[in-house]
Design a protein around this ligand. Sequence first.
Ligand code: AMP
Ligand code: MN
Ligand code: MN
Ligand code: MN
Length: 283
Amino acid sequence: MIFDLHSHSTVSDGKLTPQELLARAVERKVDVLALTDHDTTNGIALVQKEIDDNQFDIKLISGVEISTCWENKDIHIVGLNFDKDHPAMVSYLENQSDIREARAMEIGRRLEKTKMVEDVYQGSKAIAGEGQIGRGHIARYLIEQGLVKNNASAFKKYLARGKVGYVPSPWPDMKSAIDVIHQAGGQAILAHPMGYKLSGKWLRKLTIAFKVAGGDGLEAAGCQLAPPHRQHLAALALEYDLLVSAGSDFHFPSSWIELGRNLYFAKDVTPVWTLWPQYADAS
Ligand code: AMP
Ligand code: MN
Ligand code: MN
Ligand code: MN
């Protein structure tokens, strides 16, 4: 079975609508999908409706990718298989949205000070539409305005940590995100642990902090994860008695990231879905 438990739609910074994302997942033969938009669950009902209306042979697990702060770094926690309407989760994500709005305005002010660009917040907001605003939308605005050629250079020149448009991580700590996922009945997964560009020593520190905060599992399979990195993450999961999860972190069609692609684990680890009765025996 193919589990892809990390993906984005236009409800946050992805480029496919929830319906388009679902169609692509079906086409790519994904069996179990989680839509994990940044700090919002607004797309989940749309995907479920699309499945029901078309009687697609795919299962949807509720998901969200929560932004947190640890050691002044943005750390992402994926929540899976929780009650998206749980009041504690709903109010937590409302607060996250408020932080996103305030941060986007502050990024805008910082970029406007360079005198190279105007109306950053309004322009980015127009691109985000109804979606949860993020740096991805601001990057698209900077491309539209001709400041940069592509998303990678928007981050490299303006939006990444330490650059002129960067706002120090405004997010709550990991424990609050893990707690709210648990309150809503789900599992908390440390998203793309290799994505933070930490040394081995710091990755271990992060894993320990995540475990101490009550985290359940590490994302140990991704489309592009190099075999030694897969080995390393599986070994960390075993060492710290953590489950593992698998996700493409799909944002838009490209030749390097695809729904359901290459989501295998390096070792004999325990997937998070073994906790879910209907998938306990899936391999
Ligand atoms: P935000 O949640 O608004 O802080 O934005 C984080 C998102 O921006 C990630 O989920 C990626 O989609 C994108 N992103 C972060 N860093 C980079 C980068 N260096 N290059 C390209 N995209 C990035
Ligand atoms: Mn993103
Ligand atoms: Mn992320
Ligand atoms: Mn993601």
